[in-house]
Each structure stands twice: as C-alpha cells, then as structure tokens.
Design a protein around this ligand. Structure first.
Ligand code: GLU
Length: 440
C-alpha cells in the first residue's frame, strides 16, 4: 500500500511552501488509494507549541487535506532511543565533545586550506580514558552517526538519478548534548515503523536524504521512494523565506482565498501541466503526476490566487453561500437575484457586503455637471420601490419620451447615478434589488 506523510514541525503557522509539500504527499496517497499520515515533528520541546499543532490541523481541514492517521514524535521517544542503541551496538554511533566554537574553528581552518568543511571525526580517535575525562569535564557529548564513506545513490521522483559522496558530508548529529533526539533519526524510525513508501519534501532536504538512506540501511531497512520538489521564490525570483510569514495559510484564508483555488494552483505550480481550476480534490489527485515537476526554483505570486478564487465564485450556486447571503440581511425572495448579480462582480466573498450595501442604502450618485438636470428630471419620474424586472425599461422609455435622450446618453448617466459606477451588472437586475428610491 502507498503510504505518505506530511511532517511539519509545530513551531509556527504553515505557509504556501509547506502546503506544496503537504499537497503532493496527500495527492500521491489519494491517487493510489493509500494512506496519508499527518506527523507532528515535535521533538523540540522548547519550540514546539500546542497552539501550532492545532493551527496546522485547522489549516489542513480548511483545505480538505484530511489525514488518515496522526502521529506525534514526542510520544515515540522510546522508539528513537531503541534505534540509537542499535546504532551504538553496530558501531555506527559515536560520542563527540567539541563545543560549537571549536567546530567553527575547525571549519574555518579547513576552508582556509581549500578543504570542504566536513567534521574530521576527531572524536573517533579518543581513547576510553579521554572520553571519560571529557565527560567529566564537559558532561554528555553529542551523538553522531558514522557515515559509510561511499557514494549514496537514489532515483529521485523529481530530480532523477542522484549521487552524493558520503565523504563530503559531516557525520550527522542525531542526539544533542542535552539528550534531545533530532529529526534526522526520528524521521528515519517513523518512516520505517509506519511503512511510509513515498516521501516528497523540499530540495533543502537532499543532503538529509543521503544520510537518512544510510541510517535506514544501518538499521536494516530499505529506504522509501524519495522526491524533492524545488523551493518557491517570489514573482521576481527573489527568496521567499522572508515573506513566508505573510503567506501563512490562515492569512490567505482571512484574505478570502478559496481552498479549491489555492489547491488548484499549488497542485500544478512548477509542473509542465497547465494550472486550471478544478471542482474537487479528487480531480487533482487523478491528474497528479510528480514526474511533470521541474527542478528549477518555482515562482509564486500570491496575486495569482485571486483570479482563480473569482472564477470559482462566479460558478457557485446560491446554496453554497446561502447562509452568508442571508446574514447580510438580503430578503429571501431577492437572494437568488442578488447572488447571481454579485457573484459575477466579486473577487472574494469579502466584496459581498459592499454590493448588498449598495442595493440596500443606495449608492453615492456619480453625476456629471451637464447631466445633473437630466438626472433630477429622470429621478422625479421614478416611483417608490419595490421595483420589478420591468422597472428599468418602463422608466427609461418614459424618460426618453420626456427628454428626447436616447442610447448611451440616456442609459449611462442613469446607470452612474443609480449605482455610482461606470459599469456593472444589468440595470434591469439592479433595479429589482434596490431597497430605496435613488436620489441626488
Ligand atoms: N519536520 C521536517 C520539516 O518540516 C520534516 C521533513 C521531512 O519531510 O522529512 O522540515
């Protein structure tokens, strides 16, 4: 069975970059009829917050990216400790005592000599006595995984054939000095325990993947299929990292972006398939193809989400928004007409109250000086509401008769005076919705 997972760290709100990862994993599982796991990577007790765990679930639910199972790393610490013991027994785990300052100095020296800044494994040469002395002096060390110095190769679901020389990578620290288990090993244990078959994540994880493949094999497991998607940039190719704070999913929701518009966009962005608005997530899953994604950084422009949102709303039946329309105070018998007119003229649902206010209270008339007298005369010929579907034609015919105006010269000044806008919905419809007689 296909099993995927989305593994956010609950240290902040999730944003469009995280969504890309979540969605790809979700769609792979969905398409294959498999399982999608939400895994909360909360091994860092200081930075992980329940508030963010709740927010992540809320955001995914809003989008309809529901998970079959939720797991918390913080409740699996004994599994990670067991894996650490196994690595120790197998001679693949060693304790190192360098301070951050010492490591930094080593790196600088290597760079000065034109060498790659890879940890020199000095800790491996320590005798038992030296280790005991260092422990007495400095307390616990960190625990590093001893990489096998070979090439690590895999076929990446997006990047194709990859090969990384293990000797060019530092032996990863898997347990910190304070005993905190790090993501690199926790993730390996979870992915194998939970039967994860496909892992899609950002290309910033490529080196992690190389080391995790070796850790898995040291623990006697085969690696899942890995794929690394490109990272998002801003519309001009600028780094998005600083703006991600403002591109949190909850901010987009607040701004009125519709879930299916966001999903339609993110499921295709950076792939060779065109972006098109779909009606359901199932449609996205059916057409999803990881191999269509490229390795180049992917430009993301938040403004692209609004035309899709508008298009979605333009096709929406009243039944989908009936509560919101009635909450505005639109009388039930006018709801259908109101929504039909409004939906064609809005970008997000936030624009809806403005349209109802226009019909309820009337607009500030837009009247050119040379039309003032004409408009006043026309308004005098208009009865009090309620108006019907015929009001506009009856009224304008009478005005035409009385003033001799016709065509644009007749209709435009009246449209602008009634709606305060240069263009907009059919005036016959507008009239039926007006709650007050327009006046100057
Ligand atoms: N918690 C990790 C992250 O958010 C998960 C990476 C992974 O998918 O393995 O970067």
């Amino acid at each position: 069975m296909t099993v995927t997972r989305f593994a956010p760290s609950p240290t902040g709100y999730i944003h469009v970059g995280n969504l890309r990862t979540a969605l790809m994993n979700f769609l792979i599982a969905k398409k294959a009829g498999g399982e999608f796991i939400l895994r909360i990577d909360d091994t860092d007790p200081e930075r992980s917050k329940q508030e963010y765990v709740d927010a992540i679930q809320e955001d995914l639910e809003w989008l309809g990216l529901t998970w079959d199972r939720i797991e918390h790393q913080s409740s699996r610490l004994d599994r990670y400790a067991a894996a650490a013991d196994e690595l120790r027994e197998k001679g693949r785990f060693y304790e190192a005592f360098e301070t951050p300052t010492e490591l930094d100095l080593k790196r600088k020296k290597q760079l000065n000599m034109g060498l790659p800044p890879v940890y020199d494994r000095a800790a491996l040469k320590l005798s038992d006595d030296e280790v005991a002395a260092l422990r007495a002096e400095r307390g616990q060390g960190v625990w590093r995984f001893k990489l096998d110095h070979q090439r690590i190769e895999w076929t990446d679901g997006i990047l194709g054939e990859l090969s990384i020389d293990a000797a060019s990578v530092s032996d990863p620290v898997l347990i910190r000095q304070d005993g905190q288990v790090l993501y690199t090993i926790a993730s390996v244990v979870d992915d194998t325990d939970m039967g994860v078959t496909h892992v899609v994540r950002g290309s910033d994880h490529v080196t992690n993947t190389a080391t995790q493949i070796q850790i898995m094999s040291a623990l006697g497991h085969t690696a899942p299929n890995f794929a690394h998607h490109s990272l998002l940039t801003g519309p001009q190719g600028e780094a998005l990292s600083k703006r991600l704070g403002t591109l949190a999913l909850r901010d987009l929701r607040e701004a009125g972006v519709q879930p299916i518009a966001l999903l339609s966009h993110m499921a295709r962005l950076g792939s060779s398939q065109p972006i098109e608005l779909v009606e359901t997530i199932d449609e996205l899953a059916e057409g999803f193809d990881l191999t269509q994604f490229g390795s180049a950084p992917t430009k993301f422009d938040v403004d692209d989400l609004y035309p899709l949102t508008a298009r979605y709303l333009h096709g929406l039946p009243l039944s989908a928004v009936a509560d919101q329309v009635s909450a505005l105070g639109v009388p039930a018998d006018l709801a259908e007409t109101f929504w039909t007119i409004a939906r064609a003229n809005i970008t997000t649902l936030h624009d809806l109250p403005g349209w109802w206010a226009l019909f309820r209270d009337g607009a500030t008339p837009l009247v050119a000086d040379e039309d003032r007298e004409f408009v006043a005369e026309a308004f005098a010929m208009l009865p009090e509401p309620p108006y019907s579907a015929d009001t506009w034609s009856t009224w304008t015919s009478a005005v035409k008769e009385a003033t001799g105006r016709k065509g644009k010269g007749l209709f435009m000044p009246l449209r602008k005076a009634v709606t305060g806008l240069e263009r907009g919905p059919e005036m016959a419809d507008v009239m039926t919705l007006l709650q007050k007689k327009p006046s100057l």
